[in-house]
Structure formats: structure tokens, C-alpha cells
Write a protein that binds this ligand. Structure first.
Ligand SMILES: [Zn+2]
Length: 467
């Protein structure tokens, strides 16, 4: 009887209009983004998709106290104590916050959108990101600190140094010319607090090797969008992750000189899906413990027969970028389908990622923002595409959460809906296992002891991305 009363009281708390609750004078800068005031929540009767928590179809009560998961128990077995906010989980799915591992705070045409990007990530259920390359490393570190201090909304950020490339590479990127410059670069950025060094397409192999060695000495990860260096060479150097799945691999170009970046897509588009050289490459990556980062959302945008920008994206883009996106979609509709943008090549990219995981490889994921692939929304698209690639819902959540958490050294704290982990969780409106598009239906994002309302995080961003 007492328990019933307590629950009714909690329900009353939930139903208080936020405008009244906001009259508190603690001056929380994040208050206007919240779904509920309070730190303690009981999510009742919710579906979980976590390997450690029973099977599909079972429902659970999940108790969150001060930003941590205090209990996970069969539905109906937990009672809310006074001050605990009851959240109805019936018909909904609770998943771990997504850990995006190739999640820039910029995109081409939109170099300074970090604060907006951070809000979009969080609203979309992404609670941790590795930026895997930064256009504004100083700004990124400042935003990371603001988020850590509770001054700005956004995911936990593992920041990156400026991109490194080599002779012939993009103008604004760093091009260390010798060993001393390479080691100094790593030391300087390690000292500033970044977590990741990103090697870009024209990096010299000798410099790459030095960068990787020095980065590991300083406890940093090295991610590579490769071209001048083959996947096999990078794996033997000890790189931590190779970005964009199979697509940039130059391993299959017949006449490749060492250290030179040349086009490689046609050589791959000729490969049969069961070519044994693909499995040989996979076994080297697995043996060397190199993670592969899937960025299917941005890769899909190259294929004219695939869906392009949807209304959700067009509403968020600045008008000139929305118009460019519409024109691009129109132009693509009339394109001749070459092997490099064929259904067969798309199938090869998907199958490579599936086989990599089957062989014991660690797949990570991130949207690689650009074109119509926006922060957070691109992560949700990745979820749908990895399901399309043949992974189960559980597998995709592992790829998009636990694997990233492990790679960042946070694998015991986040990445699952388990007692004793941080309450970085996403409540989705529907049954995710039955319908992958439910990943877009975010109801509440729990993060840092707060419960965020995605609509409030997105409010005001319409037409602003890239402005
Ligand atoms: Zn990228």
C-alpha cells in the first residue's frame, strides 16, 4: 500500500509542467533541454536488447540513481521510492547510449557547427563520440570541457588533433616532414588533451610509423583514412583503427608504389564477393587487432540507387546546403551506374564488414558527417544499414556501443544496460528488434544524471546546420 502511494506521488512529479519546475534557482544551464527535473528514475516495463539481460520479448524495470544504473530487474518487481520519477517503458525499448567512433563536429561546407552538432548527437541517442579528425581542435577541446562541466549539452567527446597528411595531400592539414616534427606534433596535442590522432590519405608511411609509436607512448589512439598506406601496412605498423570499412583500401591495386595514393575503387569493384584475398586481408587485420570503422551512412550517399536526403535532414540544413542536397539527388538520378557505384559494389562493402566480424574482428561505427549525413541522424542511419548488412539488433548495438566503449577504455562503465554502469541510455518509442527504424524514435536520453528531451535539444536548429 505504501509503495503504491509512493508511486502515485512520483507520477505527480512527472506530470508537473516543466515551466513550473524551471522556477528553481540552481541556474542549471541545461535545464531547458530536459524532459524531467530530477536525477533518479524508475523506467517501468521496458524491453532491453542487451545480451546480459535476458532475451527478446522480456520486459524489465530499470532503476537509475544519480547517473548510474542501480538495478535491472524483471518488470513489476521494483518500486519507486520518494522523489524517484517513474517513466513508462511499456511498448518501448531501452538501449545503451551510442558510442560513435567517427563522429566529426564539422562537415564539408560547415566548419563551425560544433555546438549544434553536439546537440544533434545527444538528441539522436549518441552519448559518446570520438571525433576522428578535427577541423577546429582548439574549439573542440573547449566544447569537450564545457560539456564535462555541465555548461553545454552534448555527448562525452574524445577529441582529435588536426588531421595529418603528407606530400600532395589537402592544404590545411599538418604535414610533418621528419621524425622530430612528427614526435613534436604528437607531444604537443597530447599535452593539450586530445585522445586521437587521425592520419589522412597522403600520409608518408615512415612518418605514420613514428606517429603511431609516439601516440601509443602518450596513450593516444591512431585512426587512419588510408590511401598512400595499404591496410596491411597500417596493420603491421600497429594502427588502432582503419576508417570507412573496405572502401578506401589500396591493397588490391596491382601497380601501387609504396607510399603513393592512387585511385583504388575500380580495382575493388572488380573483386568477386568471395575473392580469397579479402579473407586474407581480414585475417591480417584480426591478427593485428586493428579495429575497422564502418561509415555506411556516408558511403551510401555515393550510390544513386540508394535513398538520399530525407525531409528530417533537409529541415535541419541551412537553406543553401538543403538546396545543394536537392540538386545533388536530382543529378544522381540521371547518372550512369558504373561498377564503382553499382549495387554489387555496395553489396561487397556490406559483406566485407559482416565477414570481418565473423572472423573475430572489432567493428566500430560512425556517420562521417557530410552531404546529407548529419550528426546523430547519420548514426541512426548506420544502425539501419548495419541491420541491412545482416547483423542482428544485438550485434549492431554491440558494434555501435560496447565496441566503441572498449576502444576508448570505457568498456566497464558504459556500453550496456547493466547494474553498476553509468546511466547513459536511450529510451526508444517502439520495439527496436521488430523494426530498425525505431532507432529514430528517441523519447528520452539519459546522460550524466539528467534526462534529456530530444525535441528540446533540436528546437531552434531547423535551417541552422551549416549556416
Ligand atoms: Zn571523416
Amino acid at each position: 500500500m505504501f509503495a503504491r502511494l509512493v508511486i502515485s506521488f512520483a507520477v505527480l512529479l512527472v506530470s508537473l509542467p516543466l515551466s513550473q519546475a524551471q522556477t528553481s534557482e540552481d541556474g542549471d544551464p541545461l535545464e531547458s533541454y530536459l524532459a524531467y527535473q530530477g536525477e533518479n528514475f524508475l523506467i517501468e516495463g521496458v524491453k532491453l536488447v542487451d545480451v546480459g539481460n535476458g532475451t527478446a520479448g522480456d520486459t524489465y524495470d530499470v532503476l537509475l540513481l544519480n547517473g548510474w544504473i542501480a538495478r535491472v530487474a524483471p518488470a513489476g518487481s521494483l518500486e519507486a521510492s520518494e522523489g524517484t520519477i517513474v517513466v513508462a517503458g511499456h511498448g518501448k525499448t531501452l538501449i545503451p547510449g551510442l558510442v560513435g567512433m567517427h563522429n566529426h563536429l564539422h562537415m564539408p561546407g560547415a566548419p563551425s557547427m560544433a555546438a549544434e552538432a553536439a546537440r544533434l548527437y545527444l538528441a539522436s541517442g549518441v552519448t559518446t563520440i570520438q571525433t576522428a579528425g578535427s577541423a577546429d581542435p582548439i574549439g573542440e577541446l573547449a566544447l569537450q570541457r564545457d560539456i564535462e562541466a555541465g555548461l553545454a549539452p552534448g555527448p562525452r567527446i574524445a577529441s582529435s588533433a588536426p588531421y595529418i597528411t603528407g606530400p600532395g595531400g589537402n592544404g590545411p592539414m599538418e604535414k610533418p616532414l621528419d621524425e622530430l616534427a612528427a614526435r613534436r606534433f604528437v607531444d604537443e596535442w597530447a599535452g593539450r588533451g586530445v585522445s586521437t590522432i587521425k592520419l589522412y590519405r597522403h600520409t608518408d608511411p615512415v612518418i605514420a610509423e613514428i606517429i603511431i609509436e609516439q601516440a601509443h607512448k602518450r596513450g593516444l589512439r591512431v585512426a587512419g583514412h588510408l590511401c598512400s598506406i595499404t591496410y596491411e601496412e597500417a596493420a603491421r605498423m600497429g594502427i588502432d583503427s582503419i576508417e570507412h570499412g573496405l572502401h578506401p583500401a589500396s591493397d588490391f591495386v596491382a601497380e601501387k608504389s609504396k607510399g603513393v595514393c592512387i585511385p583504388s575503387v575500380d580495382a575493388k569493384a572488380e573483386l568477386a564477393v568471395n575473392d580469397p584475398r579479402l579473407d586474407e586481408l581480414i585475417s591480417i587485420l584480426v591478427e593485428k587487432n586493428v579495429a575497422l570503422t564502418s561509415t555506411l551512412a556516408i558511403q551510401e550517399s555515393r550510390f544513386p540507387q540508394r535513398p538520399q536526403a530525407d525531409d528530417r535532414v533537409l529541415d535541419l540544413l541551412a537553406p543553401h546546403l538543403a538546396e545543394a542536397s536537392r540538386q545533388r539527388t536530382e543529378a544522381m538520378a540521371g547518372m550512369d551506374v558504373t561498377p564503382a557505384i553499382s549495387e554489387a559494389y555496395w553489396g561487397l562493402l556490406l559483406s566485407f564488414e559482416r565477414r570481418f566480424v565473423k572472423a573475430g574482428g572489432t567493428l566500430l561505427a560512425g556517420p562521417d558527417t557530410g552531404r546529407h549525413v548529419l550528426p546523430g541522424l547519420g548514426d541512426q542511419r548506420n544502425f539501419e544499414l548495419l541491420r541491412e548488412a545482416g547483423f542482428s539488433t544485438q550485434d549492431v548495438l554491440k558494434i555501435m556501443s560496447q565496441n566503441g566503449a572498449d576502444a576508448l577504455g570505457l568498456g566497464k562503465e558504459i556500453g550496456g544496460v547493466q547494474t553498476g554502469r553509468r546511466a547513459e541510455l536511450v529510451l526508444l518509442n517502439g520495439n527496436l528488434e521488430a523494426d530498425p527504424s525505431i532507432i529514430r524514435e528517441v523519447v528520452v536520453v539519459f546522460n550524466g544524471g539528467r534526462a534529456y528531451d530530444p525535441a528540446r535539444l533540436i528546437m531552434g536548429l531547423e535551417g541552422m546546420i551549416g549556416k
